[in-house]
Design a protein around this ligand. Sequence first.
Ligand SMILES: Cc1cc2nc3c(=O)[nH]c(=O)nc-3n(C[C@H](O)[C@H](O)[C@H](O)COP(=O)(O)O)c2cc1C
Length: 181
Amino acid sequence: MSETSVENAVSLQAFQDGMSRLGAAVNIIISDGPHGQLGFTATAVCSISDEPPSLLVCMNKRSQQNTPLKANGVFCVNTLSSRHQELCGLFSGVGKLEMKHRFRQAQWSTMVTGAPVLEDAAVSFDCKIVEALEINTHSILIGEVLGIKSDDEVRSLIYLNRTYHEVGSPPFYPENSRAWL
Ligand SMILES: Cc1cc2nc3c(=O)[nH]c(=O)nc-3n(C[C@H](O)[C@H](O)[C@H](O)COP(=O)(O)O)c2cc1C
């Protein structure tokens, strides 16, 4: 292996500006269990494998919810529709409402793990945490998906260029559509 060291010339601002161009679905990650009911808004959610079905969520270690969420051992990724923009704000700390008041703004059910499932989410992935990796400022929570619930309508809430957009039917380029999953 080469011993040449490569200086990192990428500033925080340049990285954040770059990431602002990487549009992503907006989710609220919700957990419940012996360590309390909690939730936060997240775009850092990614599929890992489909056998077993698994995904990851990156969560800031400085969040007060980090330790209790890991201790609960379960979470549900609720992918938001465009109609959920206000709920998205509440779970990112806008208005600094107490957690129980944030939960009162929507309808919830449960699937397998007992983590709250947002009633009209675009899709919800009910997960048990199988591993948590601590990398730099974040915890990478790896969840095995034990339940899925999808809404019929697809009008996703996408965060791009530091603002919210609606994306969904009808597709922009239907002639180029080719499912890869
Ligand atoms: C659009 C958007 C995306 C976010 N994505 C993440 C994320 O992927 N991971 C994360 O830890 N925090 C993310 N946050 C920040 C959290 O939602 C929240 O503001 C932060 O965890 C504050 O937590 P606390 O005050 O409840 O401790 C995002 C916020 C917004 C508005």
